[in-house]
Design a protein around this ligand. Structure first.
Ligand code: ATP
Ligand code: MG
Length: 622
């Protein structure tokens, strides 16, 4: 993988802001896509382009003005599921490059397939792109423009373009069965065989195609094919199908059409109508590029589209260890109830990452750091987690929580402070000194109580300590972090031998931040929450969803790779500053790592609910 650190971390910029001549780009690590763009800008490849103010054909753009956008990119999701971390890479790439080079990025719903699409997904995609910090507004033309498009709005043009191809002798209606077509396509070692319908006249083809459109033929009974070369070494050029009959209600166009364009035909046209300059896609489309170019050349020479045509460039898709990036497979996890929904915090969907506690900044940083390459590779999940830690380190307020509580009783409390129910305030900084930038005002201190009884971690007491153990065991002296130094005296146990209470003596005059704090040396400082001010919380300890680093590689059944321990729910105690969290607020639970107040369940019915985002880099020492 390429993991050069970026020169600066990306900001939540407005993609509409007209960047001054590659200004933002100067601070970014270069990559082959940046080089392509820079070369095109230098050579003025697209400087003669015109923009009609909206997508359209050659005449529409001809009537417009010179395109004020220096480049146009697009993010074209199919609205058939929720976006995942792989899409996030593509979003950051397309919107980021447009922003950096004074261009515009379009959000386009690639909704040409009527069967699988849904407005629920459309809305979730809009939310995801916005949440990541991008938008499709631009003001490069001097007036506000919204570049949110749907490919199904281009069906009329696509149909017209198909008739043009037929009339020019570049397309024909094929009535072979799907099986015959498959056999006659040949394979890598064998050229294809011409369809018996290939030599029909344009008039015959046009009549047939119109019958297809008018619903006079059964679904699947015939297709429109481009007429290119049945002997081409590239199988995608052996007369690919471009239109099929499918009686299905489309979420945008309803029942207007019973024929639909194939993706490989629709996509280049969508790019061209929108005057896209650089069409970035993942490597699996590399073999489609000759057809992409062929089609746009035919339609440009026919005067339907404006030259110069967009160009397609391929980059390696994101493969992340322990993660699945396929909408279809993620959908299976949801529909088979392997997870609680698309936004389950274990899901690599953008809504899942968000609920897990990921920030837009951390995902942008990740996209920047992994860069773009031309060959497939796997990115280690720790790279993503590392970006999040980096982002939260100086942002997330600290707090103490006890995740596996056992009660500690300070048996001499009344003797030391006059009464068993005496409590005292302790204060600790919300952020360590190192997290506060020059000139920044530190946030107010956290305040929590100490009293006779406190919750501590069960693992912080050992009746018979293993070698090197520094925490509580009879006779050992430790500090309750931010509170007093205590000396352990023993414990109480139930009949089964389980420790029910730990006993210790408080040493007065040793409170943190007071002159006597260092008068007694403690072997360790342990985290705690007082019974007096602690609040019960549900803490969801998430772990990786899959136990296999490549859960679906090589056609493996990813369901078998599910980690049975990916979620453990515990009843914990947290200090008051944590209990007062707003949904989505992130904290560092001292010693445990980063946690987020669950955006769905936290606060409902007064419940305190946290999700573990990720552990700390260095696990808490013994
Ligand atoms: P899926 O197989 O999950 O449905 P897709 O590629 O079919 O993914 P689209 O909605 O068509 O999903 O993708 C929109 C854009 O996101 C495309 O340009 C695609 O190349 C890009 N994309 C999808 N998955 C990844 C990935 N893992 N890494 C980088 N880009 C991706
Ligand atoms: Mg797809």
């Amino acid at each position: 993988m390429s993991s050069k650190p970026p020169a600066s971390s990306p900001k939540n910029n407005d993609s509409a802001a007209p960047a001054s001549a590659g200004d933002a780009a100067e601070h970014k690590v270069s990559n082959f896509l940046r080089q392509v763009i820079e070369k095109d800008l230098e050579q003025g490849t697209y400087s003669q382009r015109r923009w009609g103010g909206s997508p359209g054909d050659a005449a529409h753009h001809e009537a417009g003005q010179p395109d004020p956008a220096r480049i146009r990119t697009r993010f074209p999701p199919e609205p058939n599921g929720y976006l995942h971390v792989g899409h996030a890479k593509s979003i950051c790439l397309n919107f980021g490059l447009a922003r950096d080079y004074g261009g515009v990025c379009h959000l386009r719903f690639d909704d040409t397939n009527p069967e699988k699409e849904d407005t629920e997904y459309v809305n979730s995609i809009i939310d995801a792109v916005k949440w990541l910090g991008f938008n499709w507004e631009s003001s490069v033309s001097g007036k506000a423009e919204t570049h949110l498009y749907q490919a199904s709005d281009y069906f009329d043009f696509m149909y017209r373009a198909a008739e043009h191809l037929i009339e020019a002798g570049h397309a024909y209606v094929d009535e072979q069965t799907a099986e015959q077509m498959r056999i006659n396509r040949g394979d890598f070692g064998k050229p294809g065989v011409d369809s018996p319908f290939r030599s029909r006249t344009p008039e015959e083809n046009l009549a047939r195609f119109r019958e297809m459109r008018d619903g006079q033929h059964e679904d699947g009974s015939m297709v429109l094919r481009a007429k290119i070369d049945m002997a081409s070494p590239n199988i995608n050029m052996r007369d690919p199908a471009i239109y099929r009959i499918r009686r299905a209600t489309h979420h945008n166009t309803g029942d207007k059409w019973c024929i639909y364009p194939m993706y490989t035909y629709a996509h280049p046209i969508e790019d061209a109508l929108e005057q896209i300059t650089h069409s970035f896609c993942t490597l699996e489309f590399e073999d489609q590029r000759p057809f992409y170019d062929w089609l746009l050349e035919r339609l440009t020479e026919g005067g339907l589209l404006k030259a110069p045509p967009p160009r397609q460039y391929e980059f390696a898709r994101l493969n992340l260890t322990y993660v699945i990036t396929s909408k279809r497979k993620l959908a299976q996890l949801v529909y088979d109830h392997k997870v609680s929904g698309w936004d389950d915090p274990r899901m690599p969907t953008i809504v899942g990452l968000r609920r897990r506690g990921y920030t837009p900044e951390s995902i942008q940083l990740f996209a920047e750091r992994i860069g773009v390459t031309k060959s497939d590779s796997w990115i280690d999940y720790s790279t993503l987690e590392g970006c999040l830690r980096e982002d939260l380190e100086n942002k997330a307020h600290r707090g103490m929580a006890v995740l596996d509580p056992v009660k500690l009783v300070l048996t001499n409390w009344a003797e030391a402070f006059g009464a068993d129910d005496y409590t005292e305030d302790c204060t600790q900084p919300a952020l360590p000194h190192s997290a506060i930038a020059e000139g920044q005002t530190p946030p107010p201190d956290r305040v929590f109580k100490i009293g006779k009884q406190v919750w501590i971690e069960r693992e912080d007491f050992e009746e018979v300590p293993p070698k090197g153990y520094k925490r509580l065991f009879p006779g050992n002296v430790v500090r309750l972090k931010g509170g007093y130094v205590i000396e352990c005296t023993g414990c109480a146990k139930d009949v089964s031998g389980t420790v029910t209470e730990v006993h210790a003596k408080v040493i007065p005059g040793t409170k943190s931040g007071t002159p006597g704090a260092d008068s007694v040396k403690a072997k360790a400082a342990i985290t705690w929450v007082s019974v007096a001010s602690g609040v019960q919380a549900e803490v969801r300890l998430y772990d990786r969803l899959f136990s296999d680093p490549q859960p679906d590689a090589g056609g493996k059944d990813f369901i078998e790779a599910l980690n049975p321990n990916s979620l453990k729910v515990v009843t914990a105690y947290v200090e008051p500053s944590l209990a007062a969290a707003k949904p989505d607020e992130k904290f560092q639970f001292e010693r445990f790592g980063y946690f987020v107040a669950d955006r769905v369940d936290h606060g409902v019915g007064g419940k305190v609910v946290f999700n573990r985002v990720t552990g700390l880099k260095d696990s808490w020492g013994k």
